[in-house]
Design a protein around this ligand. Structure first.
Ligand code: GLN
Length: 318
């Protein structure tokens, strides 16, 4: 097999990340912190963190990279991987794999498409995935936590109960979606239970460094190289890892996926907590976080930082 060389010069990363941090701070005030989940509106807006993790195990960070944040839709990546491992290609009977071109919480396609969500990375799709996992595990959010604890080697990860409750109390669109899909027979459990599990899932907190670690298997052909004591363990098959990356590239930023692919060209998954994770296949992962969002629900400083990182390192993948 041909030896691949990293386009990233690790020695230059500290300087590059510092520069990106400085440039990004000039963009404070250009977006809005998510407030439709009332508890998220409490998060101080002017924060920014970035971590780059390389497959040799080294990590480079700047800004608030060690501050835990609400991962929200970024967790859809991990639940999707869990469901794919559980049910394989049968998954595609219940959820599609095409971009939606609509907002992450849109209901509009569900009726003409008979309750089958476009992809696992929008709310409707993630609710179906949560339904699949709810059927399989006694506690679906705990099952997800143990996957994340394993992938980060950190036994302390957890969800923020206030954020989860805040969304359980106010998530009327998601409630509508879950019941609507149930009416089409695309939901096996009680919608109330799945919604509660989904809100706990979304309220899981991680730092940029932890998120970069947790996704490392996607940069490394499915191998979980960061787990102490079990180097080289396969977490996902190489072909499945490739497919997850393809879905992230086409659907990972909701209706801004095309724009992200054009500007950044890497598989990503974003969340309304302001986090974004990007995969650089065979090189490493990048996690960025900054709470202010643009009109598509993606972090303003986060997407800027990824674009700059790609420019400054020549990482563009597509
Ligand atoms: N918990 C959020 C919701 O369901 C997640 C959305 C997101 O991050 N895009 O609305």
């Amino acid at each position: 097999m041909q030896e691949r060389t990293s386009p990233i010069q690790p020695a230059e990363l500290p300087k590059i990340l510092k520069q990106i941090h400085t440039e990004a701070q000039a963009l404070y005030g250009r977006g809005k912190v998510a407030s439709y989940i009332p508890e998220l509106a409490q998060v101080p807006a002017h924060q920014f963190g970035i971590s780059v993790a390389l497959i040799d195990g080294s990590t480079y960070s700047a800004g608030d990279a060690f501050t835990p944040f609400s991962t929200q839709s970024v967790t859809k990546l991990f639940t999707f991987v869990m469901a794919l491992k559980l049910v394989g290609d049968d998954l595609w009977e219940r959820v599609g794999r095409d971009p939606s071109g609509a907002r992450y919480n849109s209901l509009v396609q569900l009726e003409p498409e008979n309750g089958k969500p476009r992809n696992p990375f929008i709310n409707s799709g993630a609710l179906v995935i949560a339904d699949i996992l709810t059927s399989r595990y006694t506690s679906m959010p705990n099952a997800l936590l143990s996957e994340l604890r394993r992938l980060t080697d950190n036994p302390h990860l957890g969800w923020n109960s206030k954020v989860a409750k805040s969304e359980i109390d106010t998530g009327h669109r998601n409630i509508a979606m879950a019941f609507f899909m149930k009416s089409y027979g695309n939901f096996n459990n009680a919608p109330e239970l799945v919604l509660e599990n989904y809100c706990r899932q979304c309220a899981i907190e991680m730092t940029c460094t932890q998120l970069a670690q947790a996704t490392m298997f996607l940069a490394n052909d499915g191998q979980d190289i960061t787990r102490h004591g079990h180097p080289g363990e396969e977490y996902l098959s190489p072909s499945a890892a490739r497919r997850v990356n393809a879905l992230m590239l086409t659907c990972g930023a909701y209706d801004a996926a095309g724009d992200f692919a054009y500007r950044i060209g890497l598989p990503v998954k974003t969340g309304v907590g302001g986090g974004i994770v990007a995969i650089v296949p065979h090189v490493g992962t990048v996690a960025v976080w900054s709470p202010e969002l643009d009109s598509t629900g993606n972090s303003v400083l986060g997407s800027f930082a990824l674009e700059r990182l790609v420019q400054l390192t020549g990482l563009h993948h597509a």
